[in-house]
Design a protein around this ligand. Sequence first.
Ligand code: UDP
Length: 330
Amino acid sequence: MAVLVTGGAGYIGSHMVWALVDAGEEVVVLDRLSTGFRWALAPEARFYEGDIADAALLAQIFAENRIDAIIHFAGSIVVPESVADPLSYYENNTVKSRALIAAAVAAKVPHFVFSSTAAVYGTPDGTEPVSETAALRPESPYGSSKLMTEIMLRDTAAAHDFTYTALRYFNVAGADPRGRTGQSTKGATHLIKVACEAALGKRTGMEVYGTDYPTPDGTCIRDYIHVSDLANAHLKALQRMRAGGGSIVANCGYGRGFSVLEVLEKVRVASGKDFPVRFAERRPGDAVLVVADPAVAMKELGWTPEHDDLSFIVRTALDWEDHLGRRNQI
Ligand code: UDP
């Protein structure tokens, strides 16, 4: 059987494709290459260029391959962009996911892994790690668009012979330790990516958004998870469903947090480079502390993190950034 990966040419999707290939799986990728790169794909993957809502293309893919699972990454992910243009987020993330789920049901594809996000929680209540039972209060169209897809999956699983796993990602960072792929998105705004670009002189310094938060050093705290550990959680989810496990929702994080300043220090140490940092105003919408309770992923998926080490995460991110610079693919 083969696994269909949507968005397989993107950052997390390309790591997933390599993880599947490494595990001996047959992989089919559907990507329209709006933000992803053809070169990021493992050569073993069979590639279809196109849209996840293209019913004719999906029918062709299901006819030409024996697919028993879909891992669905394709979607839009920039929170401020979703605030400015909500309907395009509901279109890309919700409406198109609905089309993909409908095609999966019609083709009797039994398993589905969905790329969800900690943004479904909005601003977590206190200072505790967030568990899956926490209130779901997305604060952006991005978070809402992902939550709506989770709800569609829940209801579809109740009505059809269909199981799903929704994985709620915390802060994904780093790159394949073997250097085969990494975060290549142009104009990415994520902290570790931005800091690595600053350390390598690809940008003239960077900003820290807010230094007056109620944390030990005044900057926000996040749970940074290595992208290969995240891909591995998907693999575990797939194996669990194939073995008869039912639908489940699981957080993907390590259960510990680092502040923005702690991250920047790791980047300075790992790169051996200092870089200018400007202390700026708070960024609208940032929560003080977002840390996962990963108990469900560990217990139910049997997931064990292998790279829970911020220095390693930063090292792999820096190596990839350096590699991109030498390839002239900023
Ligand atoms: N951040 C920052 N400067 C940057 C990018 C991010 O200070 O150039 C901060 C941001 O305000 C947040 C944390 O780093 O507190 C993580 O932000 P990121 O955008 O990486 O992920 P998010 O948690 O928003 O999904």
